[in-house]
Design a binder for this molecule. Structure first.
Ligand code: IVH
Length: 679
């Protein structure tokens, strides 16, 4: 290679390195310290620069590059890997007495009169081990059965608060050797949990019961892109080398992890007596609702490692640590009735009507029963005593039927039967083969209408502030709004005729409605309430088609060319637009002046008219990424080799498609040649 070219390569390498370092620093400020110093836009720009450079020089991509957090191709399953030493669980205590009994035992066993402890929040997620070699993350392992876990590295890489690599100087300064293991808790913050469930609801998918289940479900996703979207968080609480605790005090471990740029929970405290620990426990019991994630208690750990080792463990739990579990925010009350609610998609949800009960300071009057399967699983009948549980931000739910001496099961009980007619419009209810849910199939059901309008006006959609429950109920009951387009025909006079509206408040709503017209195309698409079309799908549709008109005209096949759109979603969209009433609705929204055009993603022309087939494992891209690159350059990717195929891009272990290509005399290229074609 000529010397000049070599120098140029070095320059590019340097730029890539410096960009990565900058991005890592800003990620740390944002995701670990929660103290960003640059705007999101500035951050995105840095990331884009790095992405561009890496696209030009794919040989420079490393697994620890910040661009690799996006997640990639689906996998078949997870590989089981052994832990360096057992991942322990904790024994629980539930009151002060049990806690003090634990402390007495620690004193007896050690013969010491004074012991330091560290108090930490007991985060309600799942434990996860991270292995680093040379300061680089190379493996993430779930707890599994404690001795063998599952390798979830690709998914873990998408968690922004997990450092992918730590510079040697930083580790050195923190006093941590280059090869080490971190253990900690992976969790889903409440806001992300809420958003995810809302999105699932809008797609008619089943909901996760709590953030812990959602975390477990997310980290075990076969497609890491899904994990990347769900915004998990990770708090570190242990540091091991060769399976053993590294520092001589737990408090030092936490400080060192902190210094090495791991996220360590700041609500920790080194205390010198169990009295102080008890104080910490009581303080947090009152404050736990103010946290952005769920905790289910406090963990008390002996600070000195030597003493920890002396105390050892019993079965699966250490003697040197104990969990103090807060009482589940639960109460016992009577199930007075079960009513059925009809959602936007027509789904019938049984809702428990309860005798009012105070749980963790909130009066609870109803709880979700999800579906018929759940009612059967609980074996609950109307008239039963039930235990109701409430999570931080989660809708209250029935945990179980209670039958004890204080709450004996009543003799008179009524079985709940799912109505065969919609409780709102009287249309026959349908349960599709293989689905848990019952649905009202009447497109004009007033309950659906109400929910559809509420969805349309909600913050994440058309953001019409003030158009909530009370207003929408009045508008639909009075017949002022019969579909989402009617919102744009509302006048101030209409609103003044409603309860609780004065000149100013009516004008505010009119202004809000007017403002919503400026929102981008993807919001309008999302707002239409097409089944299975959530926020993200709407975004992809807007980017792909660039206008409502093009989307309306798209065939099922064309729709399937859109990112993440499979046959089920494509059919649902095509069916929606095949209905003349829906087309009319869109027409009216267009006339009202809503945004009907978007930024069609600029497609290149380099590969225009060329059809590609991908086969084997590519070294630098996942299939999805390669597909996207080809499409962005104007080409098309299909699944099987035929005479129409122009190129087969073959990676490692390519199989029958490669044979077929050779048979048909089609050009077989590698990924480097593919990139060359794209220029
Ligand atoms: S220490 C030997 N610290 O609680 C030490 N665990 O019920 C074992 N957990 O499996 C873990 N927050 O997933 C520790 N600050 C914390 C924790 C914590 C949550 C979880 C962890 C563990 C479970 C035991």
């Amino acid at each position: 290679m000529p010397a000049i070219a070599k120098d140029k390569d070095k320059d590019i390498e340097k730029r890539v390195d410096s960009l990565r370092e900058k991005i890592r620093h800003h990620e740390y400020l944002y995701y670990v310290l929660d103290r960003p110093e640059i705007s999101d836009l500035q951050f995105d720009k840095l990331m884009q620069q790095l992405k561009d450079l890496e696209a030009e020089h794919p040989e420079l991509i490393t697994p620890d590059s910040p661009t690799q957090r996006v997640g990639g191709k689906p996998r078949e399953g997870f590989v089981k890997v052994p832990h360096s030493s057992p991942v322990l669980s904790l024994d629980n205590t539930y009151n002060e007495e049990e806690l003090r009994a634990w402390e007495r035992r620690v004193h007896e066993l050690s013969g010491l009169s004074q012991i330091d402890y560290v108090c930490e929040l007991k985060l309600d997620g799942m434990s996860l081990a991270l292995m680093y070699e040379d300061g680089k993350l190379f493996r993430g392992i779930t707890r599994g059965d404690g001795s063998v876990g599952e390798d979830v590295t690709l998914n873990v890489r998408t968690v922004r608060s997990v450092p992918l690599s730590i510079p040697p100087e930083k580790l050195k300064k923190a006093g941590i050797p280059p090869d080490f293991e971190v253990r900690g808790e992976l969790l889903m913050p409440l806001a992300a949990f809420k958003k995810m469930n809302e999105e699932r609801e809008s797609k008619g998918l089943s909901l996760f019961a709590n953030p812990r289940n959602a975390t477990a479900g997310t980290v075990r996703q076969l497609e890491s892109r899904v994990t990347a979207e769900r915004r998990l968080d990770y708090f570190a609480y242990a540091l091991l080398t060769d399976g053993r605790t590294f520092f001589d005090r737990h408090s030092k471990t936490l400080d060192a992890l902190d210094a090495a740029s791991f996220k360590v929970n700041q609500s920790r405290k080194l205390v010198h007596s169990i009295d102080e620990a008890w104080e910490f426990i009581q303080q947090w019991e009152g404050k736990r609702d103010s946290l952005p994630y769920e905790i289910d208690g406090i963990v008390i750990k002996v600070d000195r490692t030597a003493l920890q080792e002396e105390l050892g463990f019993t079965g699966k739990a250490p003697r040197w640590a104990i969990a103090y579990k807060y009482a589940a925010r639960a109460g016992i009350t009577k199930l007075e009735d079960i009513r059925v609610q009809v959602g936007r998609t027509g789904k019938l949800t049984p809702v428990a009507m309860l005798a009012p009960v105070s749980i963790g300071g909130t009066t609870v009057r109803n709880a979700t029963l999800h579906n018929m399967d759940e009612i059967e699983r609980l074996g609950v009948k109307i008239g039963d005593w039930v235990q109701v549980e409430r999570g931080g931000d989660v809708i209250p739910k029935i945990a179980k039927v209670v039958d004890d001496k204080d709450h004996p099961r009543p003799r008179e009980l009524w079985e709940f039967i799912m109505p065969d007619k919609c409780p709102v419009c009287g249309t026959k209810v349908v349960r599709t083969e293989g689905e848990v849910d019952y649905r009202c199939v009447n497109a004009n059901c007033p309950a659906k209408l109400r929910e559809t309008i509420l969805h349309f006006a909600s913050r994440g959609v058309m953001n019409i502030d003030g158009m909530g429950d009370a207003l929408v109920t009045q508008l639909t009951e009075k017949g002022l709004v019969e579909n989402v387009a009617d919102i744009y025909s509302l006048t101030k006079k209409d609103l003044l005729g409603l309860e609780r509206f004065a000149d100013k408040s009516a004008q505010n709503i009119i202004d809000e409605i007017e403002n919503s017209k400026k929102l981008p195309l993807e919001r309008v698409i999302y707002g239409l309430g097409i089944r299975f079309v959530g926020e993200r799908t709407a975004q992809f549709l807007a980017e792909h088609f660039g206008s409502m008109e093009a989307l309306e005209k798209a065939s099922v096949e064309e729709l399937q060319n859109v990112n993440e759109v499979g046959p089920r979603i494509a059919e649902s969209i095509a069916e929606f637009f095949s209905n003349p009433a829906n087309r009319k609705l869109v027409e009216r929204l267009r006339d009202a002046g809503l945004t009907m055009r978007g930024q069609k993603k600029q497609r290149g022309i380099k590969l225009a008219g060329k059809t590609f087939v991908l086969t084997g494992t590519l070294a630098h891209f996942s299939r999805d990424e390669a597909k996207k690159l080809i499409e962005d350059a104007g080409g098309k990717v299909t699944g099987s080799v035929s005479k129409k195929t122009d190129y087969v891009v073959a990676g490692a272990d390519a199989g029958s498609k490669l044979d077929k290509a050779r048979e048909l005399g089609i050009s077989v290229i590698d990924e480097k040649q593919m990139q060359e074609l794209m220029g």
